[in-house]
Write a protein that binds this ligand. Structure first.
Ligand code: HEM
Length: 415
């Protein structure tokens, strides 16, 4: 074992303020030298210091993340983020993402038909058209901030429609609250609000909208997720108001930011790899499938999720004790040299690409993966068809250990 050449203090805020290059070097070191590593309690703005006492295991190898994601030895109901969070807040906002069997299966069962292949095929044409319209709307301006004007605007339109938010003012509120939900460490929000309130306030705004709309959909059914939620049953079980609100909050967070980051990070990746971009555009329809998988591997939108051990478990030569927290670093697993040849190389033609962007498999595997992929493809198709000479300016970044957080990405093109 070599001596530590890099700082691997992933539990600190300082780690997440370092450059991406430094962070990725730290994960590489951990994969090679201490793949199941123990860390002190994570820096937290959410918990009182005297209650913030739980250290955690960091899994950085692809195989370990997959193994633990699929194992019943780990649960989600005690928290899904590296930082602990008051349980009531978690329950109000994270729905079945933070549930275990059998509750998880019941809740997921109620909604999963709405994400099935038939529904996705129906939505695909409409997603393409909407992406076309959004980019066409930007085109005459000759410039935009791609984070706000595309990465937030397009998923905001698509998912609001999917969920059942049709009013433009309400949609803007949902998109803003979804952004706020995962940003309790971001000074942009904490300048004005207690960190726990950043999260709780966003959850409250989204819950109120969900309940208002659910009531409306009971009287006036539509062709959307909320109508589905108030009507659907699984094994004789329906969602109550509290469960509908919590699901709506989780879905708003799970869909908007993830896809928004995937879109802007992919454009950034293509612009900084012109030879890869050229390869893709020689046969866009034939190659976009593998390209999207590689773009999601390369800049995985969700940095980590967490579980808690419900029994002792041996992995990577270490024994995780019942009650220990375990953090899955997807960003690290996606660069694991044992799985990906030359992982630091963006290779859109990569044939085998079992990346972890949608999780490591198992019961929580991303329910919206088909929708996310479809939207990412549609956005790239429209951007490069309608804005072929796009030029990027300097991006600015926020601070988060949960999402890749580009805050602004100026772009210009010829009108
Ligand atoms: C590129 C976009 C996306 C990425 C990278 C992403 C990533 C993830 C990840 C990592 C998980 C957790 C997996 C685990 O714990 O094993 C997850 C769960 C989930 N995602 Fe996504 N997601 C994306 C888009 C979406 C969209 C568009 C929706 C819905 C409209 C969605 C809905 C969900 C739901 C409902 C869960 C919880 C599943 C469960 O607990 O059973 N996601 N996603």
């Amino acid at each position: 074992m070599s001596t530590t050449p890099v700082l691997t203090d992933v539990e600190t805020f300082a780690f997440w303020e370092r450059s991406r290059q430094e962070r990725m070097a730290a994960f590489k070191w951990l994969r090679e030298n201490d793949p199941v590593s123990w860390h002190p309690p994570a820096d937290s703005l959410l918990m009182d210091p005297e209650d913030n006492v739980n250290g955690f295991w960091a899994l950085t190898k692809h195989a370990h993340i997959q193994e633990a994601s699929r194992s019943r030895a780990f649960c989600s109901s005690q928290g899904i983020f590296m930082e602990d969070m008051p349980e009531v807040v978690l329950a109000a906002a994270m729905s079945f993402l933070a549930m275990d069997p059998p509750d998880h299966g019941q809740m997921r069962g109620i909604v999963q038909t709405a994400f099935g292949p038939k529904q996705m095929r129906t939505l695909e044409g409409w997603i393409r058209e909407t992406a076309n319209e959004v980019v066409a709307g930007l085109r005459p301006q000759g410039q935009a901030d791609l984070v706000a004007d595309l990465g937030k605007a397009l998923p905001g339109l698509i998912y609001s429609h999917f969920i059942g938010v049709t009013d433009a003012e309400m949609r803007d509120k949902v998109v803003a609250a979804a952004d706020q939900l995962g940003s309790w460490n971001d000074p942009k929000y904490t300048e004005h609000m207690e960190p726990i309130m950043v999260f709780a306030n966003a959850a409250e705004i989204l819950s109120d909208i969900a309940l208002e709309l659910a009531e409306l959909r009971l009287k006036e059914p539509g062709d959307d997720m909320l109508t589905w939620l108030v009507q659907a049953e699984f094994e004789g079980r329906k969602m109550d108001d509290w469960e509908i609100a919590s699901f709506f909050v989780m879905l708003s967070g799970a869909s908007n930011d993830t896809t928004g980051h995937a879109i802007v990070d992919s454009i950034m990746a293509l612009e900084s790899h012109p030879e890869q971009k050229a390869w893709l555009f020689e046969d866009f329809e034939g190659r976009i499938g593998s390209a999207v998988e590689e773009l999601l591997r390369w800049r995985c939108p969700i940095v980590h999720f967490r579980r808690t051990a419900v029994q002792d478990y041996d992995i990577g030569g270490k024994t995780i004790k019942e009650g220990d927290k375990v953090v899955f670093w997807y960003v690290s697993g996606n660069y694991d040299e044992d799985v990906f040849e030359n992982p630091e190389v963006l290779d859109l033609s990569r044939e085998r690409n079992p990346h972890l962007a949608f999780g490591g498999g198992g019961i929580h595997f991303c329910l919206g993966n088909a929708l996310g992929r479809t939207l990412l493809k549609a956005a790239l198709r429209e951007v490069y068809t309608q804005l072929p000479d796009l030029q990027l300016g300097e991006a600015t970044y926020g601070f988060s250990n949960l999402f890749e957080t580009m805050r602004t990405l100026p772009a210009t093109w010829t009108v």
